[in-house]
Design a protein around this ligand. Structure first.
Ligand code: ZN
Ligand code: ZN
Length: 334
């Protein structure tokens, strides 16, 4: 492994250790288990398997052939810039792109199918950001890394940028009770992004920023109330398994009904639980690996907060607490 990748991996591991420790000490939501629902799917399938496979597809089968064909990198557009300027340039430009693409995903019924998986977790923590549909990653990371290679950036920019993405992704999703004050106008953090994962009508079209919060403030989509969400995740049932989640984005089905109907699906669907049960039956000390259920206090989407403190469902009116947010903020596309 090249030296820079050893350093970025070490930074990432230290960062994970710091964040999971702070999640235990000052949690945003108390009582969330470390091994929460979907933990193993997010860690094994999304973080390791999908990332590894898509990295090969994006770099070896998309960007490299593109560069071989057009030879852009030989023009060395950014090669002479100091590395920190290159990194800053790609961080800011990609973050601007991702704000608009993310906003577009929330209003396009087609592209919502590539983003809903990211919103499906009801227990949001440091690992939750890794849950992104394969097509979403394919689009976003191709658009992220192709310019870095094609404009002739230093080879170190790729691992540095990937490390910044991971560190910031962990930060905005972490279950830490952060009060960043005025910094939240500039640097995005859990204060605003955890709200983005809430099943509250008024944030369906708000808080689209990833790294820099100023996009939301500049383009009128910032939502930062002085309270915490009461309901999380999607307003509709969503499969819990990686492959089912991807099939669901193409064809809607009822996971529970299918499990009742099909022996084959039942056998496949229960693999994860059976595997965990077998391990924890043998070693009872490992029972926390299962996590524990977090009770839900609400069964449906929390309506927008209206003037005078009323919660009143009125799908055709903009949310009063978030006047700058789109007036169509009544329901997410399906
Ligand atoms: Zn979103
Ligand atoms: Zn997120």
């Amino acid at each position: 492994m090249p030296k820079v990748e050893i350093i970025t991996t070490a930074i990432l591991l230290i960062w994970v250790a710091i964040v999971i420790t702070l999640e235990r000490i000052i949690p945003y939501r108390k009582g969330l288990p470390f091994f929460r629902e979907g933990f193993w799917t997010d860690l094994v399938l999304y973080t390791f398997v999908q990332s590894y496979a898509l990295k090969i597809v994006i770099f070896d089968y998309i960007i490299q052939p593109l560069d071989q064909h057009f030879g852009f990198s030989k023009l060395h557009f950014v090669t002479g810039w100091p590395i920190w300027v290159q990194v800053l340039f790609f961080v800011v430009t990609h973050d601007f792109y991702i704000y608009w693409f993310h906003r577009f995903q929330h209003s396009s019924a087609f592209f919502w199918r590539t983003h809903e998986a990211h919103h499906s977790g009801k227990q949001v923590d440091w690992l939750a950001g890794s849950r992104s549909h394969a097509v979403e990653i394919l689009i976003n990371q191709t658009i992220e890394f192709a310019p870095i290679i094609l404009l002739g950036a230093d080879p170190m920019v790729v691992p540095i940028k990937a490390c910044i993405d991971a560190v910031w992704g962990i930060w905005i999703h972490c279950n830490i009770d952060v009060r960043s004050g005025r910094l939240q106008y500039f640097i995005n953090g859990p204060e605003m992004h955890l709200w983005h994962h809430a099943d509250h009508e008024e944030v369906f079209y708000a808080n689209f920023s990833t790294k820099f919060a100023f996009w939301d403030w500049m383009f009128g989509t910032a939502y930062r109330p002085d309270r915490k969400p009461e309901k999380w995740g999607l307003p509709y049932a969503f499969p819990k398994d990686y492959f089912s989640q991807h099939v669901f984005s193409v064809a809607r089905f009822d996971e529970e009904a299918l499990a009742k109907r099909s022996v084959l699906f039942r056998a496949y669907h229960g693999i994860r639980v059976r595997l965990l049960t077998r391990i924890t039956d043998r070693v009872p000390a490992l029972r926390p690996l299962h996590g524990w259920p977090v009770p839900e206090t609400h069964t449906s989407t929390i309506p927008a907060h209206r003037p005078g403190g009323n919660f009143e469902a009125s799908p055709n009116q903009p949310a009063a607490a978030a006047p700058s947010v789109s007036s169509t903020a009544a329901a997410l596309p399906r």
